[in-house]
Ligand binder design. Structure first.
Ligand code: ZN
Length: 112
């Protein structure tokens, strides 16, 4: 039985505090997607129509959009973000021990 972890309220991306809102699937901010980063709002919107792994993968995808948006002047294409997010997500899932090692004992400098 998987442990239920609530959707986080926000995430720090390169010094920007990005809100995470889990909204009804007909919310216009979603623009008919499961997830959508609205940079003007500093918010990632996620559809309440999804849960579990799909929700996690969608949040990861939107986080990559945010990293891309706040780190470069020209943003990656949707296709490239999709390829990066799906392959990185799968790699993290298949190597949980490595992900834990990378993050282990990091100094708390995330502002949170
Ligand atoms: Zn996208």
């Amino acid at each position: 039985m998987p442990v239920h972890i609530p959707v986080p309220d926000y995430i720090w991306i390169l010094g920007h505090r990005i809100l995470i809102k889990y909204v009804p699937e007909d919310d216009p901010k979603l623009e008919d997607n499961w997830g959508h980063l609205v940079t003007e709002d500093l918010t990632i919107y996620l559809s309440q129509a999804i849960s579990g792994t799909l929700l996690q993968e969608t949040l990861f995808h939107e986080v990559l959009h945010a990293v891309d948006c706040f780190s470069t002047s020209s943003t990656l294409s949707e296709r490239n973000i999709f390829r990066l997010s799906s392959t990185l997500f799968a790699s993290l899932r298949d190597n949980r021990g490595v992900a834990q090692f990378i993050m282990h004992n990091m100094e708390a400098d995330d502002g949170g």
